[in-house]
Design a protein around this ligand. Sequence first.
Ligand SMILES: *[C@@H]1O[C@H](CO)[C@@H](O)[C@H](O)[C@H]1NC(C)=O
Ligand SMILES: *[C@@H]1O[C@H](CO)[C@@H](O)[C@H](O)[C@H]1NC(C)=O
Ligand SMILES: *[C@@H]1O[C@H](CO)[C@@H](O)[C@H](O)[C@H]1NC(C)=O
Ligand SMILES: *[C@@H]1O[C@H](CO)[C@@H](O)[C@H](O)[C@H]1NC(C)=O
Ligand SMILES: *[C@@H]1O[C@H](CO)[C@@H](O)[C@H](O)[C@H]1NC(C)=O
Ligand SMILES: *[C@@H]1O[C@H](CO)[C@@H](O)[C@H](O)[C@H]1NC(C)=O
Ligand SMILES: *[C@@H]1O[C@H](CO)[C@@H](O)[C@H](O)[C@H]1NC(C)=O
Ligand SMILES: *[C@@H]1O[C@H](CO)[C@@H](O)[C@H](O)[C@H]1NC(C)=O
Length: 703
Amino acid sequence: MRPGLSATHIVGASLIASHLASALSPCTEIDDSYDFVIVGGGQAGLVLGGRLSEDKNHTVLVLESGGNGDEYRKRIDTPAYSYFDSLWTTPLNWDFYTVAQPNADDREINWPRGKVLGGLHKCHILKNKQQKINRYIGSSAINGLYMTRPGEDEVNAWKEMLGDMDGADNWSWDSFYAALKKSETFTPPTDDVVDEAGIVWNASHHGTDGPIHTTYPDYTFPEVGDWLTSLQSMGIDTSANMYGGENLGADVSTSCINPSNWTRSYSRSGYLDPLPDRGNYDVLANAHVTRLVFDNATSSDKKTASAVEYTTDSGSTKMTVKVKKEVILAGGTIGSPAVLLYSGVGPKDVLSEAGVGLVSELPGVGQHLQDHLSATVKWSTNVDTAGSIFYDGDKDKNNPKFLTYIDSAVAYVDAKTIYGSEVDEYKSKFLASIDQYVPKTTYDDGVVAGYKAICNTTASKIFNSPTGQIEILFMNSDANGDIGITAALQHPLSHGRIYINSSNPMDFPVIDPNYFDNPADSEILLAGIKLARQVGETSPMSKSLTNETSPGSIVQSDDDWVAWLRKEASTEFHPSSSCAMLPEEQGGVVDANLRVYGLANVRVADASIIPISLSTHLMSSTYGVAEQASDIIRQYYNLPSEPEPAFSGSSSTASSSAATAKKSGTAKSNGSPAGNGGAALSLVWISLVLVSVHAVVGFGLYI
Ligand SMILES: *[C@@H]1O[C@H](CO)[C@@H](O)[C@H](O)[C@H]1NC(C)=O
Ligand SMILES: *[C@@H]1O[C@H](CO)[C@@H](O)[C@H](O)[C@H]1NC(C)=O
Ligand SMILES: *[C@@H]1O[C@H](CO)[C@@H](O)[C@H](O)[C@H]1NC(C)=O
Ligand SMILES: *[C@@H]1O[C@H](CO)[C@@H](O)[C@H](O)[C@H]1NC(C)=O
Ligand SMILES: *[C@@H]1O[C@H](CO)[C@@H](O)[C@H](O)[C@H]1NC(C)=O
Ligand SMILES: *[C@@H]1O[C@H](CO)[C@@H](O)[C@H](O)[C@H]1NC(C)=O
Ligand SMILES: *[C@@H]1O[C@H](CO)[C@@H](O)[C@H](O)[C@H]1NC(C)=O
Ligand SMILES: *[C@@H]1O[C@H](CO)[C@@H](O)[C@H](O)[C@H]1NC(C)=O
């Protein structure tokens, strides 16, 4: 047994191993209509479903294209399996690819995304290279568990871009920070791990009774501590305050792990599984939304979505469910613009080329796409790594304490640290570059104006603020036992787009992130990747690293590095901004209340609305957006907030749920229009009845 692996954690292990129970009971059918139909039961969708259904006056339906993931439950739940037992080969991954990227050696780059209730995990094999890489995909059920947060300056810059728009204050740092905390229950690290990894934290920045648990793995490596020491000697200080708006410096970040049994805490386990049967909330898996149906009879110039069309059999049969109040899109940065486009809401030229009839012209749909580009320097080592323990068949590979380990040591490095006294020169140069790299679009006014506004904000307000421009990450879960240090660009000045190329909603949308279009991006990432190598060459980290295996000593000059980046850089899995919250005249898609321009009753509430790429993994921010959205929508319908949280922290879940149930029972007897009468089970798996083969294969994950 390796030092640090004590027997006390076996309890947690058997919990993981024996877990089968699920709060989701199959049931037979959904209703004809709901007040709110939420499109997408991933990370944001289950937050919205849980929060909106707290109010018994409202009926809520979530439609999710993927399944419930139960047959992969152990792989979803066990933190280390995010890297070691990748779900990328399973149907839980959409497995998107970008179109060829001209400034990245014409590569089509893999964009895995979660296709399961709660969203995906991480880790995949690049098809074209047969090389195993370990990553941190978005989508809360399948990602790498990082719960970093954005910085105060960049969130306030987002708010300032909204001007005096109604509701803009909801996107100030103070308001957003409260939403981030609301979703969280934080547990400090265990003593052994604190000692070995040098973890520092500030509990006052964390939530205490939200649905999502954050903490640190119960197992670590001395090299995690070395990470902080090496960075310290490079002038990048360890910070205990990266969760309170100063996302700058080095730390061991929190991961979304529930320390009561060391399982992944994600939107399904936090916002869905603990719910009592509310009688007003249905979740339908394996239901792929094909389009919104608009009511053409309304005289208003704003179109009203009267129904949502979906399919449970890959498009052969289409069904509809009526919408009494609103549709809320929570399909993520790829899915939400795609649903709008297939529904006829978007840029005229894209729709006419795809053969989709125009319902409402909205040039910004799919535009302003921003993503974090990353690359990794790797070394062979003279120490045990998580990868060597797992892949070399070490006897500890199945030790439950070991399996709580997930990489989480990071650093966010600002431009001042990167460029020193030259920071203002770089700022001017990047500002001057903006006009040359405007998106190629027929909409010069809107979309181009938005591009310029976002880049201007990025360059003039964020670039020289104490906000990370580069994230660097420690990785020791590599398949061949190497240690990797990744650098990732956080505020790209190259913007891409999502569009469609056919009128068939079963076709994948086209993803063009337009990587490295503006050379400022390769210049900043170049500085970042050199920092990554420098960390590996700095003591004490350097003592564990024996030989740089990638890119190796052949890459030395800046030109070598840039050529290598074009060949190797890939997504950090944090795409955002394709339904940007901006003024309509800047190619915005939603206003500050998340309403889609030109539509009467459709909102978007997921990472696609964040107008500026944020310096963070997107999970916490996506919870923040969904929590804010839930509040905004409930307030709009004049619904007072619950005086007590409907969700609760670790120990009190049952009692708090009971209290909520009792209270809503009272509300219902007072004349609820929801009218479900408690007869129907709240969670529905239509595949069991509609397509009988689904029952055999387990909720139809394989279609
Ligand atoms: C872990 O504990 C939480 C409650 O704290 C529970 O909801 C979840 O089902 C448990 N997971 C497993 C795999 O036992
Ligand atoms: C959003 O803004 C409105 C108007 O200022 C305010 O009443 C409401 O409390 C805010 N909501 C949140 C979640 O902060
Ligand atoms: C923790 O955060 C609070 C609130 O931001 C701050 O006042 C305090 O100084 C911080 N503590 C440390 C040790 O940095
Ligand atoms: C409304 O018009 C659009 C565009 O012509 C069409 O695609 C859609 O089916 C119509 N909706 C209804 C309910 O007739
Ligand atoms: C760019 O942003 C700065 C600072 O916010 C502002 O003063 C300037 O007018 C903006 N320029 C353009 C072209 O929008
Ligand atoms: C769009 O569809 C056409 C016709 O099927 C195809 O030739 C083309 O490659 C597609 N373009 C993209 C970017 O997918
Ligand atoms: C170091 O790594 C490089 C690049 O992979 C490799 O060519 C070389 O043989 C390695 N050197 C040693 C001593 O292992
Ligand atoms: C439900 O609706 C009733 C009647 O309109 C209203 O009195 C009550 O406050 C509503 N309940 C909530 C929780 O908003």
